[in-house]
Design a protein around this ligand. Structure first.
Ligand code: NAP
Length: 290
């Protein structure tokens, strides 16, 4: 790397006001003694021209890397020149960089989720290929499905009645990926979930239900018991303890929110852009202070 290199990094999405990514990446740059900045680039949902213009800045070398978040993780795909096998498999990218004059898309949510799941469940349990229930069928659910499926888990997606077709579409996406496990889908209602609760080792919330400012809500159907042997992983990280996590803990289950996934995906994106690995403790301190 040339001396005096300035890393110009940032995040494209909307809304971005509450993003913790600037704190994460700025702390990483500082700790490693690297010069540079991580800026927020708000891009409205329909504004593909603004997204394309931002990507052109990466292509021209004016920016060294971008994270992409809601609502552009999927719309960015056709604007890129190359995709990693993971980004290709799930049809979504959260990290963009330049290689040989070409724009490449990667998805670090998948490995970020998996790394934090190992922390949460332990290496042995996470590799033991059990049964999981995943709530939601959006972008984050795709990342979770890819991680679990690639490691041979048997996954049941639970979605709103109006989204059963969307869930079926995810099965199609995953047939193209190295999906070693199995996937089926049910309606996110007590009657459909009740017969499936035995032996479930993991329950993941990949819906935004319970996210601030609606922190009082839970995606788990009212009155339905929790799977008695499950760890509960809520992808939401604002608030720091969601209603779902509180409910699961009071039922005697282990439960976590998604701050660890946020940290892990950021570590991987940062490594792609700078070639250097930031210390995990530095990243945790940055988000805990944020
Ligand atoms: P998304 O693409 O908008 O998908 C959201 C999914 O949740 C959709 O399938 C949607 O259902 C479903 N949903 C929304 N409201 C619901 C409700 N009331 N009941 C049942 N299902 C409902 O969003 P996303 O990108 O997947 O993000 C989902 C959550 O994960 C967000 O809270 C986000 O902050 C979090 N996340 C965390 C991390 C992390 O690093 N920890 C990373 C990514 C995302 P329909 O299909 O029916 O609309």
């Amino acid at each position: 790397m040339s001396a005096g290199k300035q890393f110009r990094l940032g995040l494209a999405g909307y809304p971005l006001a509450h993003s913790l990514s600037p704190q994460l990446h700025t702390a990483a740059l500082k700790r490693l003694g690297l010069e540079g900045e991580y800026r927020l680039y708000p891009v409205l949902p329909q504004d593909r021209a603004a997204l394309a213009a931002l990507l052109d800045r990466v292509r021209r070398g004016e920016l060294d890397g971008l994270n992409v978040t809601i609502p552009h993780k999927q719309t960015v795909i056709p604007m890129l020149d190359e995709l990693s096998p993971v980004a290709q498999g799930i049809g979504a990218a959260n990290t963009v960089y330049r290689r040989g004059g070409r724009l490449v898309g990667e998805n670090t949510d998948v490995s970020g989720f998996w790394a934090d799941l190992e922390r949460f469940l332990g290496n042995e349990a996470v590799g033991a290929q059990g049964k999981a229930i995943v709530l939601g069928a959006g972008g984050a659910a795709r990342a979770v499905l890819h991680a679990l499926g690639s490691h041979g888990w048997q996954v049941t997606l639970a979605v709103r009645r109006t989204s059963l077709e969307k869930a079926a579409g995810l099965a199609h996406v995953f047939r193209a990926a190295p999906f070693g496990g199995s996937l089926r889908w049910v309606v996110l209602e007590a009657a459909a979930l009740l017969p499936l609760l035995d032996d479930v080792r993991l329950l993941v919330n990949a819906t935004p239900v319970g996210m601030s400012p609606q922190g009082g809500r839970s995606p788990w159907p009212k009155g339905l018991e929790f799977p008695p042997t499950a760890g509960v992983y809520d992808l939401i990280y604002t608030p720091r303890e969601t209603r779902l996590v509180r409910q699961a803990k009071s039922a005697g289950l282990r439960a976590t929110t998604g701050l660890g996934m946020l940290v892990e995906q950021a570590i991987r994106s940062f490594e792609i852009w700078t070639g250097q690995a930031p210390a995990r403790e530095v990243m945790w301190r940055a988000v805990e202070a944020g």
